[in-house]
Design a protein around this ligand. Sequence first.
Ligand code: GLC
Length: 439
Amino acid sequence: MSSYKTRKTPGDTTWFAHDRFGMFIHWGIYALPARNEWIKNMECITEEKYQRYFENFNPDLYDPHEWAREAKAAGMKYAVLTTKHHDGFCLFDSKYTHYKSTNTPAARDLVKEYVDAFRAMGIKVGFYYSLIDWHHQDFTIDKYHPRRNDHDADTQNIGRDMTRYAQYMRDQVAELLTGYGKIDILWLDFSYHDTPGDRWPKGKGKEDWESEKLIALARSLQPDIIIDNRADIEQDLWTPEQYQPAQWIQHGETGEYVTWEACQTFSGSWGYYRDELTWKSPEMLIRMLINTVAIGGNLLMNVGPTARGYLDNRAKEALAVYANWMKYNSRSIYGCTMAEPDIQPSLPDDCRYTQSADGKRLYLHMYAWPFMHIQLPGMAGRVAYAQMLHDGSEIKITEGELKHYGEGEGLPKGSDLLVMLLPVVKPDVLVPVIEIFLA
Ligand code: GLC
């Protein structure tokens, strides 16, 4: 059994830590301007001008079954969809606002279709819900608000009431957590600190969101739900964003390992960004998943569907990279975690280990392909069998020394040395994996 214990949290993250890989979906009317989901903030767009995206939102090619098929093929086991993002637009039929998909040309509850499609595909269903809301009339103007530069911004703030807004959020979260069956994840986003001395010094956090009430409500409606930490109260998930930790994240006060999930994008934006060109290479995509699991984390990889509702070819190709690799190598991801401390020292250069949670199998991911041999010091006597994971072909092992016809100088020896004999040509797999059955 894995010796790593994670900090106890209010929700049960057992399935989550097993499944490791999920799909984030950022979709909303910001897909029409197609230049980042923060566009309303970045360009200080007025309500009136932003309305054109609402009026023209017509995702005639929206087929969540196809999204779900692609997610499943990529090996993603759960999904998180933006039911509402910072612009306040709701993809669901909320009683508490007119600012929702049913009032656009889409004319239907798009969240419902997502839930049905993903659930039918056996993928767990999560909801992202933005705490920030640049549309709601009670949400006070602050440093991120699109109206922050208006000369009369202070006057506009008069009468805005965050208490009413907090109630609105509870009402909507209650709708989301009662109207769509079992919801596995609630991904609240996000809180920000005060910045004294700034034009807008006050941040927003748990007092503004009334996070305790919001979270208590969510847990009462969905007792098994997993909730992230972004409502400014520690919950189940630590969520590093657009950044890959180099070590298993530890709790700031106790040093315990925590349950964490890196969220990442294929290109540099969450929402569909037509002209963004920093698409990650196939190799980087696979390595990011391996690197994450190798230090005990999950990866939530994002797609930003187009305004017409489909995943463009760039996104499909990126998903296909995962599909091709995961089809043959997912055993080194699901149910796996960081290798045990006594195994780590044997890790060769340019490699990453993961280990099954039952401790029985070790996976050696090879980022570079060495010539003929790979040495695992300290592993002699600990390996019963080894094979390439993608095709189940045997990898021969010698112990005590590197066996070679020559008697040249410098052949490695050592009572605890284990040597694996590799094919000369790197197998046709983006990152080859050796599956090691521990003795
Ligand atoms: C951020 C951004 C946002 C994105 C999210 C995903 O906090 O505000 O646009 O939804 O991170 O992690």
